[in-house]
Design a binder for this molecule. Structure first.
Ligand code: SF4
Ligand code: SF4
Length: 452
């Protein structure tokens, strides 16, 4: 499968199965578009008004050489691998610990419903968290590095337990030959020097939630009593976090909605405020939500990604670049095959744990009893749910099979698929359009930066 497109003055050809990217001139671009549809002589007839015949024939032979070298029009070798992939042993690599189902903000798009997750406010006890870490160690096979996200609601509302769990985790690392990589996701309201010092010592990563410009952030992320600006509270703290971590191993993470379709301004605002690790992504919402992204928003949003990509290239070339997570792809081999085929690993390698110890496939499913998979005392009791997630991959989804983005997107988000189509083996179409655009931009950025 070959995907070709023009972006920012570049003619880009992606050979999907090999992952090879070619930046070509107009003639080669046009010949590749016809290559599989007709023989050489017909291509010459088609294009002879645009290019000299000899040049066409020469370019055609170069295309054939690329094909022979396995860089163009290659076969899909991964599909044969899929049965072995499904039979792989199930190991759990990561847990998302819902340390606090409570929150001190009232974000309008919060899937956790202001931290309550369809019902109970609760804080995870040390005992439940400890059992979760023991479960992770016991079910992680020979894998050494284990990821644990302290998540909410707002995890700093149960900070003592976070600290105790980190201490417990460290105490069992050596005997089990494991290494925990902890992440804290926070809205910053309670962040203080003590928390920052601990986080800088123990957390491999910190995710800082902020949506961008002050008016945008405060519109969707209001304080609970409606007084004051959450932006004003968190911005100075987040700058301190970024600097204290030398602009690495953290990121500011925002969500854009129908209310700020010009989200490139929010990304650039965060960059202008000095953040170098930035993620701003489209909201996941039901079509009935006023802030949901609509189909008619897609062309404008694609322009926004194009503008952002151009600006990123400009800034990187000028030496004041930043990383925008959704433009970061690895063209040199990329993630391992399993990751390429099945993405985030939710429900199988990655589980969410509620404050009272129940397991769900990921945070987006928490509270939906259909996806309750077990608990920290009994382990996984619904192995059927685990198998369903384990077997979900780019080949189990009709839309993904035909999609040029499949090995970068890995089949999209199961939660989005379920929310929009009622099953995890579909794809959320608006999200797919934007995903494909991001991948096109990401490849263009690589091409542009490779020029110098
Ligand atoms: S963009 Fe959509 S269709 Fe394409 S691989 Fe991702 S989820 Fe599948
Ligand atoms: S299913 Fe979606 S929301 Fe859940 S972890 Fe995967 S990508 Fe994230």
């Amino acid at each position: 499968m070959v995907h070709q497109y023009k972006n920012n003055g570049y003619n880009i050809v992606l050979d999907v199965n090999s992952g090879s990217v070619h930046v070509v001139d107009d003639m080669v671009y046009d010949i590749i578009a016809l290559y599989e549809k007709m023989p050489l002589d017909t291509i010459v007839e088609e294009l002879e008004n645009k290019y000299p015949e000899n040049d066409i024939r020469e370019a055609y032979s170069e295309i054939e050489q690329l094909k022979e070298a396995g860089q163009l029009f290659t076969e899909d070798i991964y599909e044969n691998y899929i049965d072995a992939f499904k039979d792989r042993p199930t190991v759990v690599k990561a847990l998302c610990l819902h340390i606090a189902h409570d929150c001190n903000l009232a974000c309008r798009y919060c899937f956790a419903e202001e931290g309550e997750y369809h019902g109970r406010r609760a804080l995870m006890s040390f005992e439940v968290g400890k059992k979760a870490l023991d479960f992770l160690v016991a079910n992680s096979g020979s894998r050494k590095n284990l990821e644990v996200d302290f998540f909410g609601g707002e995890p700093t509302m149960n900070w003592e337990v976070v600290k105790q769990l980190v201490e417990y985790g460290r105490s069992i690392e050596e005997a089990n030959n494991k290494k925990f990589r902890f992440t804290l996701t926070t809205n910053g309201i309670l962040l203080n020097d003590e928390i920052l010092e601990f986080a800088n010592k123990e957390m491999s990563n910190i995710v800082l939630s902020i949506d961008g410009r002050k008016e945008i952030n405060d519109l969707m992320r209001p304080t609970r009593n409606g007084h004051g600006s959450s932006y004003d509270i968190i911005m100075p703290k987040f700058k301190k976090v970024a600097e204290s971590r030398n602009q690495m191993n953290y990121y500011v993470r925002g969500t854009f909605t129908h209310n700020n379709l010009d989200f490139s301004k929010d990304v650039l605002h965060l960059a202008d405020e000095g953040f170098e690790q930035i993620s701003v992504e489209p909201v996941v919402a039901q079509p009935t939500d006023s802030y949901a992204i609509r189909e008619e928003d897609i062309p404008y949003l694609c322009e926004q990604y194009d503008m952002l990509a151009k600006e990123l290239v400009k800034r990187k070339k000028a030496g004041n670049g930043f990383n925008f997570f959704h433009f970061m792809i690895d063209l040199n081999g990329g993630p391992c095959v399993a990751k390429r085929l099945s993405g985030c690993g939710s429900g199988c390698e990655y589980l969410a744990v509620t404050p009272w110890g129940d397991f769900y496939p990921c945070h987006q499913f928490v509270g939906n009893e259909k996806f309750l998979m077990g608990n920290v005392d009994e382990g996984i009791t619904r192995t059927d749910i685990r198998e369903e997630f384990k077997n979900s991959n780019v080949y189990s989804k009709e839309k993904c099979k035909k999609c040029f983005a499949k090995f970068y997107c890995s089949g999209g988000c199961a939660a989005n698929s379920y929310n929009f189509h009622g099953n995890i083996n579909d794809a959320y179409d608006i999200g797919c359009e934007l995903q494909r655009k991001r991948i096109e931009c990401a490849i263009m950025i690589k091409a542009a930066l490779a020029e110098d």
